[in-house]
Design a protein around this ligand. Sequence first.
Ligand SMILES: Cc1cc2nc3c(=O)[nH]c(=O)nc-3n(C[C@H](O)[C@H](O)[C@H](O)COP(=O)(O)OP(=O)(O)OC[C@H]3O[C@@H](n4cnc5c(N)ncnc54)[C@H](O)[C@@H]3O)c2cc1C
Length: 383
Amino acid sequence: MDFQLTEQQEFFRKIIAETVDRIILPRAQKIDESDEFPWELWREFAQLGYMGLRYPEEIGGMNADKVTSMIFYEEITRGSVGFAQSVIMNILMGTHFLYRFGSEEIKKRCLYPAIRGEKIATICFTEDQSGSDLAATRTTATRDGEDWILNGTKMWITNGPICDFATVLATTDPSKGMKGLNFFLVEKGTPGFSPGQVIHKLGCRGTVTGELILDHVRVPSENLLGEEVDKGVVYLGEILNEIRTMTGAMALGIARAAYQEGLEYSRRRVAFGRPIGTYQLIRAKIAEMATEMEAARLLVYYSAWRMDQGLDCRREAAMAKLFATEVCLKVVDEVTRIYGANGFAQEYAPQRHFRDARFLLYGGGTHEILKDFIGRQIIGRLD
Ligand SMILES: Cc1cc2nc3c(=O)[nH]c(=O)nc-3n(C[C@H](O)[C@H](O)[C@H](O)COP(=O)(O)OP(=O)(O)OC[C@H]3O[C@@H](n4cnc5c(N)ncnc54)[C@H](O)[C@@H]3O)c2cc1C
């Protein structure tokens, strides 16, 4: 057994942590309060090369292993969740299918500029009537000669209102359920493709989220991102573990940011003539948070390590996302208690962490879905 990060991984953490401390953390409160996409920060950050984190060096990437990628996701989320969401969308879900299946032309037009941070990517699964249940997807893809015609409305799309291109999940036949799903590339400017309503959120402010409307959008056959028709669910399975583990790493990032605030406050806040950190009940909170965060960290990095080893990690990825998120929700709650009334004040960070952490409950699988999945994996199919 070896619980050590490699020297390169340690070095990577040091560099990205310093970058986060220098250019993201100081802007986090303002990003949250303004709820505006931080274009200036995006451009500055894009120049550092991280947008190509998981792609090969030949195409401008960093060729990071999964453990290193999780270090990145944890650190950037510690800085600002809103900003992290937009960046991670470009790095992972928004570009993965273009890298896997896009033609060289598509890569030149969309993937490489996204890796340079010059274009903004997104992925569209969710609709009004389908979230967890992708088999209920109603956005249709209909053949018309060599082209496809897409019709439907996507909801809750991160970067949706400002994206340059989107990977869109659509079905060739709603009655086929999971067996009719496909991913298509749709670029900004394609007739019939437009942003709809912007969604104003409780947390993760600063990332722009909203509807995307597809009204008779015509795309050429090369925009079908897959080797075969109707295999979308198989292709999604290739990155689901990475998405879930990544969400666990984001949970660690939020938890660490909140925990640090709570720890420092417990040292400096005086009540009844003593720092509150000298009271056993406050120490118990610190002890429980530190212990549970350590356990969450082990699960997240164990799942990433299994991915790097090429081992099955479906169960570990689901557990990592589920457990790290629950730990994070507890930590952000406890820190607002340690802060007393100041935990309720907008000028301090704990309320932001408290709001931001809620989003972890949805992406990568809700906790009801994840528990059902883990339970089924353990018990086996009985029906
Ligand atoms: C900030 C944010 C950003 C997002 N970004 C994107 C994005 O970029 N692209 C995108 O496509 N989507 C995005 N989403 C949407 C997200 O993926 C969905 O919210 C998620 O898939 C859950 O779907 P839903 O919200 O429709 O909930 P539903 O699936 O309608 O679930 C509602 C409730 O029912 C429960 N439930 C459902 N099925 C079962 C079951 N079988 N057993 C037990 N309980 C069940 C759920 O656990 C939940 O508690 C985003 C969401 C948020 C909050």
